[in-house]
Design a protein around this ligand. Structure first.
Ligand SMILES: *Cc1c(COP(=O)(O)O)cnc(C)c1O
Length: 390
């Protein structure tokens, strides 16, 4: 693997040089007020990226998966009922985590390539007149299939049923790269990590809690220690953590947030949409299809591309790595071998993406697929050329 090439995996994403350098800092006393000058801008910046006025933000030394655990253990008790849709590997893993925590998960099996069926959620919530369902889970962007779900529609389903369940949203591969509205969508817990939209190495779980989710902690019986948000809040009140914080990563997060806000959050989203659209033009030109079943579901942070029947999509990823030193994502779970993924989130330019598309083309031609070199690149070039800022 050549370290000169960008990566096209949907996390960890490419790091801007300045962010990388910000992570690399001398040791400070993490119980001194200096740490507060890193901590508080991080909390405030994340809150703004979530589009929330009042969410309680917590940052743990962990990854997105630890964010899921933070959500569950701080709000629920063993045996509590949770409603979730399984439409890809990440929603599957969240469900699995709930089950291992002895939660009672009602799973809505959903074809991979489809979004969360909000109408089905509504039906189930309406039928739950005793309000036994405590939490509704929603994976905003299924990174395995490149499918974006409509969280506003999930909120409408809860409202239409007049159901008081909390809404937990996995935004690990959407927050910071796709529009996310904590307050407007009535979200109770949002989960993300450092290594996707925030352009950092893995190492931070980042969560937002509503007042209602915080209040649920008073009666939540699941054991929690490391991920206890109450302990964490006490720490924050003294510019500290209950244990040793990953200061360098948080200093990187502070800068990443400044960069996102300097570009403008909406401009960041527009850039992701534009870059993703170019990738989709390339896929079209190749005569291939996305795993996402319809345009309303297309993710702006990752594209899962289906290869023809009988072809092993993983070969493209292996060849890109071995021969060209470029990383793409393999298909996961049900789409293993059937799809490969181009991650296009975080720190990316038109030029970087064109290099990824060119590499994918070389691999596909090398492997005997019926694709014309330059076809996808040309389609993306034409789109980027005609939509570039002048
Ligand atoms: C990456 C990802 C996760 C897992 O995050 P880790 O940081 O690898 O623990 C969870 N959900 C989604 C949607 C993801 O893309």
């Amino acid at each position: 693997m050549s370290f000169q090439n960008p990566v096209f995996i949907p996390g960890p994403t490419n790091m801007p040089e300045a962010v990388r350098l910000a992570c690399y800092m001398p040791t400070i006393d993490h119980r001194s007020p200096i740490f507060g000058t890193i901590l508080h801008p991080c909390l405030d910046g994340v809150r703004r990226v979530l589009k929330s006025e009042s969410a309680h933000i917590f940052i743990f030394p962990s990854t997105g998966t630890g964010g899921w655990e933070t959500a569950m253990t701080n709000t629920l008790s063993a045996g509590d009922k949770v409603l979730a849709a399984r439409n890809g590997m990440f929603s599957h893993r969240w469900i699995d985590m709930c089950q291992r925590h002895h939660l009672d998960v009602q799973v809505v099996e959903t074809p991979w390539g489809q979004g969360i069926p909000a109408d089905k959620y509504e039906e189930i919530l309406k039928a739950d007149t005793a309000h036994t369902i405590k939490v509704v889970l929603a994976t905003h962007n299924e990174t395995a299939t490149g499918v974006k779900s409509d969280i506003a529609a999930v909120r409408r389903a809860l409202d239409a049923a007049g159901h008081p369940a909390m809404l937990f949203v996995d935004g690990v591969s959407s927050i910071g790269s796709m529009d996310f509205r904590f307050d407007e969508w009535g979200i109770d817990v949002a989960v993300t990590g450092s290594q996707k939209g925030f352009m950092l190495p893995a190492g931070l779980a980042i969560v937002g809690f509503s007042d209602k989710a915080i209040a649920a902690g008073k009666t939540a019986g699941l054991p929690r220690t490391f991920f206890d948000v109450t302990d964490m809040q006490k720490g924050y009140n003294n510019n500290a953590f209950p244990y040793t914080p990953p200061v360098g990563l948080m200093n990187g997060l502070k800068l990443a947030l400044e960069m996102i806000e300097a570009e403008g959050l909406e401009n960041v989203f527009t850039r992701h949409t534009r870059i993703a659209t170019g990738v989709r033009h390339a896929v079209d030109a190749w005569g291939l299809k996305l795993c996402a079943a319809s345009p309303d579901l297309y993710s702006d942070s990752v594209s899962a591309i289906l290869t023809p029947e009988g072809f092993n999509a993983t070969d493209i990823v292996t060849r890109a790595d071995n021969v060209y030193g470029v990383a793409f994502g393999v298909g996961l779970g049900e789409v293993a071998g059937k799809a490969f993924r181009i991650g296009h989130l975080g720190s990316l330019t038109d030029v970087m993406v064109l290099s990824g598309l060119a590499t994918a083309e070389m691999c596909m031609v090398d492997l005997g697929m019926d694709i014309k070199l330059g076809s996808g690149v040309a389609a993306a070039q034409e789109y980027y050329r005609t939509t570039a800022k002048t």
